[in-house]
Design a protein around this ligand. Structure first.
Ligand SMILES: O=c1ccn([C@H]2C[C@H](O)[C@@H](CO)O2)c(=O)[nH]1
Ligand SMILES: [Zn+2]
Length: 130
């Protein structure tokens, strides 16, 4: 059910630390352990040191014991639909499969649903590392 994930992402957005961009973003991951993990963007006075909502949620997932993203919802206060940035797409892909669902939300609900393969086609993959 995407509705609970949307509501979790909206709540996470409320905890964003975005005093510089004033662009709060929230993310919520449903992981393979059935739990929901939250994230928000965390900015810094030294601007490049801030980070996006998605890696906050990924870090919380990993530390909470989740290892796979089943679905993820992203919401930004000031955008009807906030597609994850390029770096975040790669970070999500690390823990996703091609069919992982990505929900782009506004304050009312899910506005667009994509698969990971649609969000990051022709992604970096190799079997010579690891
Ligand atoms: O995928 C994205 C793109 C941007 N932001 C944040 C970073 C910054 O704090 C603010 C403006 O770029 O939005 C995210 O959280 N996720
Ligand atoms: Zn990002």
């Amino acid at each position: 059910m995407a509705q609970d994930l949307f509501e979790a992402a909206r709540a996470a957005m409320g905890r964003a630390y975005a005093p510089y961009s004033k662009f709060p973003v929230g993310a919520a991951i449903r992981a393979d352990d059935g739990k929901i993990y939250l994230g928000a963007n965390v900015e810094n006075l030294s601007f490049p040191q801030g980070w996006c909502a998605e890696p906050t949620a990924i870090g919380n997932m990993v530390m909470g014991g989740g290892r796979k993203i089943v679905e993820i919802a992203v919401i930004a206060e000031k955008l009807a639909c906030c597609p994850p940035c390029g770096g975040c797409r790669q970070k999500i892909a690390e823990f996703a499969g091609p069919d992982t669902r990505v929900y782009l939300c506004d304050e009312v609900g899910v506005q667009k649903t994509l698969t990971m393969d649609e969000l990051l086609p022709f992604s970096f993959q190799t079997d010579v590392i690891g």
